[in-house]
Design a protein around this ligand. Structure first.
Ligand SMILES: NC(=O)c1ccc[n+]([C@@H]2O[C@H](COP(=O)([O-])OP(=O)(O)OC[C@H]3O[C@@H](n4cnc5c(N)ncnc54)[C@H](O)[C@@H]3O)[C@@H](O)[C@H]2O)c1
Length: 367
């Protein structure tokens, strides 16, 4: 069988960290082309990633008959136009989160992929953590009883100097909310079912009006802290909190992350920094660390050696395995663009809720 020929649009940090290593370990696919407007980076990637076609114009990727599938890992404001160009040209697309700048863009991306009958995937990385997959199994198998409550916290200790495109609304849409909390909104819905209504709040802690070298830049326009309380359609409750400016939570860049489900019979918690273990407890007992069973350490079929590499990093390589598996098996990717759009609707609703200082019902009509 011929290999799935993948192009990457956006040769920055996340492509280097997750996507290229994921392609490297999957012998069903190959990286054939890279697009980035930064020509110096493009040259560097030819050395780092091996020689491929290269271009500064994403239309060359969309129009290339020798490309089957595209990974879009660019700043948020170009996801929409790049995805539409690629899916309308018949390419399968994995797009980074947040899918767009708002729900309307994300829903349009979903409809375009669906109507062109291509595979579509939102890069919601943390669904692939072994501990998250095992917590999901515990919820779905009824081991925790009736799920009553979800809680997540994600704290990072980022610098208070410029974050580049990430700190401007027209480029990023929002700050911590679209960058970090949106992942937790997605995996909460995956664990607990659809979110029915939420009450949100955001805050900005620092102006970030200087570059590292002291030169001035336009101040940040986005949130450094985001939080929601919510109700799931099931009647369960949820609490989310994230911030990128929590001092002391640097932890070699991994920060602090905790997410838990509390059910009528027991509780289970996931930690990004210890993804091959979960913490579980039953009524009357104490929360204790338990290894994730072997069958949950990698997704089905993944060639990734489960005990090699930095655990908090290597599970991210399974995203490419899922994308390529869906392409070769002719099935939907999980999570798809509809999951990305629904999470975006909830995140948009957090901003709307805070503006109005009131609860908002979630209406993620994908059309
Ligand atoms: N899933 C995850 O866990 C995860 C982690 C980090 C980042 N992300 C997402 O990935 C995306 C990229 O983030 P990053 O940290 O790699 O950013 P980055 O700034 O390191 O890289 C973005 C790259 O896109 C390039 N670019 C800009 N405009 C472009 C265009 N029009 N066409 C092609 N390339 C263009 C830039 O030159 C840069 O090299 C963002 O949407 C971010 O939210 C996801």
């Amino acid at each position: 069988m011929s290999k799935v020929r993948i192009a990457i649009i956006g040769a920055g940090a996340v492509s280097d960290y997750h996507h290229v290593p994921g392609i490297r370990i999957d012998d069903r696919c190959e990286l054939v082309s890279v697009c980035d407007p930064n020509e110096a980076l493009l040259e560097q990637r030819q050395k780092d990633w091996g020689p491929t076609k290269k271009t500064t114009d994403y239309h060359d990727i969309a129009n290339d008959p020798d490309v089957d599938a595209v990974i879009i890992a660019t700043p948020n404001f170009v996801h929409h136009e790049q995805t539409l160009a690629c899916v309308n040209a018949g390419k399968h697309v994995m797009c980074e989160k947040p899918l767009g700048l708002n729900f309307s863009q994300a829903a349009e991306m979903y409809r375009a992929a669906r109507d062109n009958n291509v595979r579509h995937m939102t890069a919601f990385t943390y669904r692939f953590a072994p501990s998250m997959r095992y917590v999901r199994h515990l919820v779905q198998s009824g081991a925790l009883g009736v799920p009553r409550h979800f809680r997540s916290q994600r704290f990072l200790d980022w610098p208070e100097t410029s974050w580049g495109w990430r700190q401007y609304k027209d480029k990023a849409g929002a700050g911590d909310l679209f960058d970090m909390t949106i992942h937790r909104i997605d995996f909460a819905a995956d664990l607990m079912g659809p979110i029915k209504s939420i009450c949100g709040a955001v805050a900005q802690f620092a102006p970030r009006d200087k570059f590292d070298d002291g030169r001035s830049c336009p101040p940040s326009e986005v949130d450094d802290w985001s939080s929601l309380i919510g109700l799931f359609e099931s009647g369960a409750t949820g609490v989310w909190e994230g911030s990128t400016l929590m001092k002391g939570h640097h932890n070699n860049g991994f920060g602090y992350e905790w997410a838990e489900v509390n059910g009528s019979e027991g509780s289970a918690a996931y930690q990004l920094t210890d993804p091959n273990n979960v913490i579980i407890g039953k009524h009357g007992g104490t929360m204790e660390k338990v290894p994730v069973p072997d069958e949950f350490l990698v997704i089905e079929g993944s060639p990734r050696p489960p005990h090699e590499g930095v655990p908090s990093t290597v599970f991210r390589y399974d995203l490419v395995w899922e994308f390529v598996s869906a392409i070769v098996e002719g099935r939907d990717c999980v999570p798809g663009f509809h999951h990305g759009a629904i999470a975006q609707c909830v995140a948009d609703s957090c901003l709307a809720s805070f503006d109005k200082r009131s609860w908002v019902d979630i209406n993620a009509d994908l059309g």
